[in-house]
Design a protein around this ligand. Structure first.
Ligand SMILES: [Zn+2]
Length: 79
């Protein structure tokens, strides 16, 4: 894949990471009034990790200096 903005606007570094999403199943316990609280135990579903994109196919990447920026992702067909 290619990014429309492939250099950090702040320092000129290359992107080293992209925002991805991962579902987390947060454990629940029933409390005294019948509602639920978080148990403090969570299970991460790493098999469902996927690239995050907004509705315009932009993502967020960051450089080694941890500056982040939004960039459009060029489709494989356009690469
Ligand atoms: Zn940077």
């Amino acid at each position: 894949m290619k990014y429309t903005v492939s250099r950090c606007p702040t320092c000129g570094g290359l992107p080293v990471a992209e925002v991805n999403t991962v579902p987390v199943f947060a454990g629940l316990v029933q409390n005294e009034d019948g509602g639920f609280d978080y148990s403090g135990n969570s299970k991460v579903d790493w098999n469902a990790q996927e690239a995050w994109r907004d509705e315009d196919d932009f993502t967020v990447v960051h450089c080694a200096e941890l500056h982040s920026w939004a960039t459009e992702v060029e489709s494989e067909a356009a690469a």
